[in-house]
Design a binder for this molecule. Sequence first.
Ligand SMILES: Cc1ncc(COP(=O)(O)O)c(C=O)c1O
Length: 358
Amino acid sequence: MTAATTNPSPFKADLLSDTLTRPSDAMRAAMARAEVGDDVFGEDPTLRALEERVADLLGHEAALFTPSGSMANQLGVRLHVRQGEELIGDSLAHVVRAELGAAAVLSGISSRTWVSERGRFRADDAAALMITGAGPYQVCTALVIVENTHNFGGGTVQSLDEIRRARTVTRERGVAMHLDGARLFNAHVASGVSVGDYGREFDTVSVCLSKGLGAPVGSVLAGSADAMAESRIWRKRFGGGMRQAGILAAAGLFALEHNVERLADDHARARRAAEAMAEVAPGSVDLATVETNIVIVDVAAAGWTSAAFVEAALAAGVRTYAVGPGAVRLVWHLDVDDAGTDVAIDVLTALLRSAPTA
Ligand SMILES: Cc1ncc(COP(=O)(O)O)c(C=O)c1O
């Protein structure tokens, strides 16, 4: 798949996020051809086809299309956690830190977190924090969230063995597990583990079509048929019932068909850039942490603040994102090709070589 020619990126290399891909011309053509109906009445054939395809891929009975990954996650939370109960996850998890308190606002629940190393999931962390059977004395844990790959952790791929160990513990203790799989296809491509093998370990799974897969809008929640029937009601209540959404589903189906295996290209480009930066500025990138399409650069190690670095890179046409006072995140996706990667490497290595004058 080639990038859209209708509205190309204004940047030489836009590494801000993999959410900003523009649908390719071929994807737009597929959207234009989509057969549609009113999905609130369950009559959109393209949407049905997408939901069936994703349920099948993820090893679940049914699936539900949502406008965003946040809504898919929050529907999962709503399903598993009753008012006054809690979810637990790592302190960098998107559900905990980047969904604007939705779990508290929409479901009336609390969240507790453990500290992880770059978002790496360990069953023992979850088991140690979980509280079950506490009667009227303490908040009960109803849900464990796992994020794979882990966004703010830097694209970290989770271990299936750790997930399985957690599954054994949560089963024994009656706690549900939800997978925030916004980038589950990146995890699959990097690890070789099928998305179904990851997905089957969870009660519910969300995947995003609008990140590395390149669709303009949409995520999918998967789970049991009963859970999805209930989530369909809650999706409407949350304001996410959509009408002729088959146009969006067509983009999702196109993405699943054409844009999964090519994620390996994003991973390879991220690694190539990481290696170049590590070479010119030792300590700026820990190559062992570059697992998928995300690279976290320790610009402080090269004498920069992240704000100054982001600004200087932008002035040279490369957009990046500050994730801490001294750390900058770079994300590869299908609108950054080899030539864009070359530009990014030139710009970013030149900056890392020369810390700003005071
Ligand atoms: C790990 C993760 N989960 C969920 C989401 C939410 O997706 P959306 O922006 O579609 O709500 C994101 C978005 O970046 C994400 O990185």
